[in-house]
Design a protein around this ligand. Structure first.
Ligand code: ZN
Ligand code: ZN
Length: 181
């Protein structure tokens, strides 16, 4: 089997069901799988966006344990952790994904990373054993910008290491995202 075929079969088997899809399944109404390729998405997507709901209600309406929030970002645990510590840092504003970001979002991305680092540090985690990254379109299920912060990397399963493998065509590092802005 060629490498590209292998990648394709891995993708079709696993990557269309990433962990955050479970979050989508547990929320209602279901998020449309249709996504608009604009930074702000559209009104309909926003109204049904689970991450917007979490951000707007401070986690109350969604029973989410908010770890940190300010005017720009909100952080909470991933509903299906890939390791002992698995935090999502989302933009408070509805931004579709990392690919639609522009130079205006540079400070936001940096803040998302800094927030993730700070939260890990507060839990006494070695920062060199933390994985950071964004899904890269079209491989994501929640159409709202979110940074995955996962530690310890050494405890991640084989499958999780594939799903959250840095700088593949489905998952990219903050440095890569920043380099495009
Ligand atoms: Zn995700
Ligand atoms: Zn949203």
């Amino acid at each position: 089997m060629s490498t590209s075929l292998l990648h394709h079969s891995l993708l079709s088997r696993y990557l269309f069901v990433p962990f955050c899809l479970r979050l989508m399944a547990s929320s209602s109404p279901a998020i449309s799988s249709k996504v608009e390729d604009t930074a702000d998405g559209n009104a309909a997507a926003l109204a049904s966006c689970i991450f917007c709901k979490i951000a707007a209600s401070g986690g109350e309406k969604t029973n989410t344990n908010i770890l940190y929030q300010d005017n720009d970002v909100v952080a909470f645990p991933d509903i299906k952790p890939a390791a002992k510590h698995h935090t999502l840092v989302i933009s408070k504003q509805h931004v579709l994904n990392a690919k639609v970001l522009t130079s205006e979002h540079k400070a936001l991305v940096q803040k998302m990373v800094d927030t993730g680092k700070k939260l890990m540090q507060e839990q006494g985690i070695e920062l060199d054993d933390v994985r950071y990254g964004f899904h890269w379109p079209p491989f994501y299920s929640i159409g709202h910008l979110h940074l995955h912060v996962i530690a310890p990397v050494s405890e991640m399963s084989f499958l999780s290491k594939i799903i959250f493998k840095p700088n593949t065509w489905w998952f990219v590092t903050p440095d890569y995202v920043l380099s495009r802005l």
